[in-house]
Design a protein around this ligand. Structure first.
Ligand SMILES: [Zn+2]
Length: 63
């Protein structure tokens, strides 16, 4: 029996979209828009977060 339970969930910060492009300037003469790829800091670009849920504490039942 595992003492901990690994949970993989969609990153709550980026909602599963870990890399976004942000425009960093005006449109250039050739029609392109300079962009910068920004990676989510919380999930480091994976889009998911793995958390460890501690095992539930079994409290003794009183009589
Ligand atoms: Zn994220």
């Amino acid at each position: 029996m595992h003492a901990h339970q690994l949970l993989t969930r969609v990153c709550p910060t980026c909602d599963g979209f870990p890399v976004v492009s942000v425009s960093i300037g005006a449109r250039q003469t050739d029609g392109t828009l300079p962009t910068l790829a920004v990676v989510c800091l919380d999930c480091a670009g994976t889009g998911t977060r793995t958390t460890v849920r501690p095992a539930p504490v079994l409290a003794p039942v009183g009589r």
